[in-house]
Design a protein around this ligand. Structure first.
Ligand code: GTP
Length: 477
């Protein structure tokens, strides 16, 4: 049987002290995201950087509500980016160049005298009751009527969602986790192992090791888990294989427990601004739609900002989710400046006393430095209206991504300071193990898990429910 670490344990792996875990603070220290209040900024540099990497020249496509900005020439912006890269190379920095280096070279802040001219038609006075205190997400909503700001549009399915009749019925409650995750690589490989009634020996550990690696748990986390089990097996802690497998379950739960922290809406922030980020196609817009439903069910007043201005259907997709849930959507159309949309929406939400504002952003590869720097700009622009915003930077990660998710999180955190994760697409044939790797490496709270396409398939992340869904039922808690 193939073994990645067969009884060759490095002295470091078994000790918890020796873990190579990077905390948020260490990450932040490694990639400081500092604001340059002393430096002038200019949007055009970032716009140009975007056109460099996407092929879309936004300079020729003015936003519906174009803020008053001074533009530098594309050549100057290119020169600034090149200079930053050359400077970083000269100082021995390895690629990719940290965003703050780019940001320092670019003049990228929206001017203080921004004028938002666009008045979205969707914004109508809301009459929804506004609760004084904000329960944690996932807590049962208080009873009472919800008055939608706009007509919810009946049963019209949102973009990206199958029509009601085509959708499989979602299993209710926590048992739904197992039904959704049973086809994952993790569940199938460990399930096969357990069904063979294994003996308590090194071969069992080797098979567990292979199963964990195959399921994307990652080399470091797998090594920690397997060596802990090996040590305990040698000291005769387990009566049989089932004892060892029960210990594996406990170790997996212990790995995830610290990051299973539900999103809490701070009622002192009004609105509580939630900025969603992530690479292309991970499920950001869909997740926002699901969150919109969740927040509306909790009777929170809500607004959405259609900040994904680059994907053709994204604005319509968000508007459809908004209509479906009776939530106003601030949009300026395709190719508008995303920071301007966010600013526009925050201004409107503040004026209305809206409780939660969720801002969408365009998907971007974590290696596209110009686009990553744009996220910093969106954050700074929001902070012109509320110094504490965004209150949650929610990064959406596709659960099928594998170990690449680690570098995605590293880069997004460096650019914009990620405070919570949503791991989507854990249903179907996802490997699922990347959740453990993320937890071990970063310790960033995992707020939600996407285990299907229906609104109710966005679950508050629950360490035990998740682990038990991946392991054979006999073991589950
Ligand atoms: N099976 C499954 N599909 C999902 C889940 N979450 C999102 N999706 C699907 O993933 C696809 C992409 O979702 P979007 O919300 O458009 O992704 P996005 O991140 O906004 O995409 P970009 O704007 O291009 O970056 C859609 O088909 C969604 O239905 C999930 O938890 N499970």
């Amino acid at each position: 049987m193939l073994s990645f670490f067969r009884r060759k344990k490095p002295e470091t792996a078994a000790s918890p002290d020796a873990k190579q875990r990077l905390g948020i603070e260490e990450l932040a220290a490694a990639f400081p995201v500092h604001e340059r209040s002393d430096a002038p900024h200019d949007d055009a540099a970032l716009d140009n950087a975007r056109s460099d990497t996407t092929g879309i020249d936004t300079s020729t496509q003015p936003a519906v509500s174009e803020p008053a900005v001074e533009h530098i020439t594309p050549a100057a912006a290119n020169a600034a980016i090149s200079e930053a890269i050359v400077d970083a190379a000269a100082t021995g920095a390895t690629q990719p160049v940290p965003p703050e280096v780019i940001a320092a070279a670019l003049e990228d802040e929206m001017p203080a005298d921004i004028v938002v001219e666009h008045a979205p038609a969707a914004l109508q006075p809301a009459s929804a009751p506004e609760p004084d205190s904000a329960p944690a997400v996932g807590v049962a909503p208080p009873s009472g009527p919800v008055t939608a700001a706009i007509d919810a549009g009946g049963d019209v399915p949102a973009f990206g969602m199958p029509a009601e009749a085509e959708r499989p019925a979602a299993p209710a409650g926590n048992p739904g986790w197992r039904d959704r995750l049973r086809n994952s690589v993790f569940a199938r490989s460990l399930g096969g192992l357990f069904s063979r009634n294994p003996k308590l020996d090194d071969d069992l550990l080797d098979e567990i090791e292979t199963a964990l690696i195959t399921a994307d748990v990652g080399v470091a986390a797998t090594s920690d888990l397997v060596e802990d089990l090996r040590r305990r097996m040698k000291s005769r802690e387990f009566a049989d294989a089932n004892g060892l497998l029960a210990a594996l379950r406990a170790d997996l739960v212990a790995l995830l427990k610290p990051v299973a922290q539900p999103l809490r809406i701070d009622s002192n922030a009004r609105p509580f601004v939630l900025l969603t980020v992530g690479v292309n196609g991970v499920g950001k817009t869909t997740t926002i739609g699901k969150l919109a439903k969740r927040f509306k069910d909790e009777q929170r007043s809500l607004m959405l900002a259609a900040g994904d201005t680059f994907r053709a259907a994204a604005v319509a997709q968000l508007q459809s989710w908004g209509e479906r849930n009776g939530v106003p959507v601030v949009a300026q159309g395709q190719n508008a400046d995303a920071a301007s949309v966010a600013f526009d929406a925050l201004q409107a939400a503040k004026a209305r006393g809206t409780e939660v504002l969720i801002a969408d952003t365009a998907g971007r590869l974590h290696t596209q430095q110009g686009l990553m720097a744009e996220l910093g700009k969106i954050k700074r622009v929001l902070q012109k209206l509320d110094a504490t915003a965004p209150h949650e930077v929610l990064m959406v990660i596709d659960g099928t991504t594998g170990q690449n998710a680690l570098s995605q999180l590293r880069q997004f955190h460096a650019a914009v300071g990620v405070t919570g994760l949503v791991v989507t697409k854990l249903d179907g044939t996802a490997k699922g193990g990347v959740v453990f790797a993320l937890a071990r490496e970063f310790g960033v709270p995992i707020r939600f898990a996407g285990i299907g396409e229906r609104p109710e398939d966005l679950r508050v992340f629950d360490a035990e429910a998740f682990v038990d869904a991946l392991l054979p039922e006999a073991l589950g808690g």
